[in-house]
Ligand binder design. Sequence first.
Ligand code: AKB
Length: 315
Amino acid sequence: MKKILLTGALGQIGSELTMKLRDIYGDTNVIATDIRDNGSDVVKSGPFEILDVTDAKGMFHIAKKYDVDTVVHLAALLSATAEAKPLLAWNLNMGGLVNALEVARELNTQFFTPSSIGAFGPMTPKDLTPQDTIQRPTTMYGVNKVAGELLCDYYYHKFGVDTRGLRFPGLISYVAPPGGGTTDYAVEIYYEALKNGKYTSYIDKNTYMDMMYMPDALNAIVDLMEADPAALSHRNSFNVTAMSFEPEQIAAEIRKHIPNFRIDYNVDPVRQTIADSWPNSIDCTSAKEEWGFKAEYDLEKMTVDMLDKLKVKLG
Ligand code: AKB
């Protein structure tokens, strides 16, 4: 049985991953931490501790107290926020990661942290971006993600820490909202479609980005962490994706359920520049071959589920 420490447990991924891991491994075996307490189910349904991930001693103390054998490090600033506050992003994203890796090294735990399509840059092949290719991102978030992938590889080769990671695309969910990302438009559009019947997109038409529905992302994390290490030649970090679309395509899908839905554009130059530097679509053959990655939701199936679930949530 695993005993797992999560950082950033109240964030977009953490809010759902904590509950899923508690279902699988037992409530008391999943220790959620975050810099704040929001009184949610994550806080109430199992162990919860306040943790600032830049506090190395605090993180070590919590990991030791619960005698964890796995660290899932999620706390990070997303791409648009990192671009607005680059120094803070460096300190938090890199400082938090190295602290979490040190805990994993000292306590000999398994380790997971997400990378992102943000780890690619304008010189990367745009379509069906291969697993191993030129990266050279031009954003602070991307610099953090590439450095993070390399650092995780380093801890594996140098210290034998069992590090594993995924390059996530934009993640779409009706549970916890994302914050400060470039792909967030693809979440906001569903809320606005139901609330107002229209959406003003800050990402321009014809801008393709990879996306994935949260249930597929959660399964991918669990499957990768459970995978036979002998089969993994990549570890940090696997390309994973479920779909690639541009704003007009998601709008057309929503229109199948809300016929009068309208989309217009007020492009944000910062987030558009970030999106333009990322791939149109990535190739996830290595993830499929090395540990059996598969995604269940395409744009059509995700849209049905998002609208159904959000209708209930929004009342
Ligand atoms: C972001 O937009 O910053 C994230 C990501 C793709 O890593 N959703």
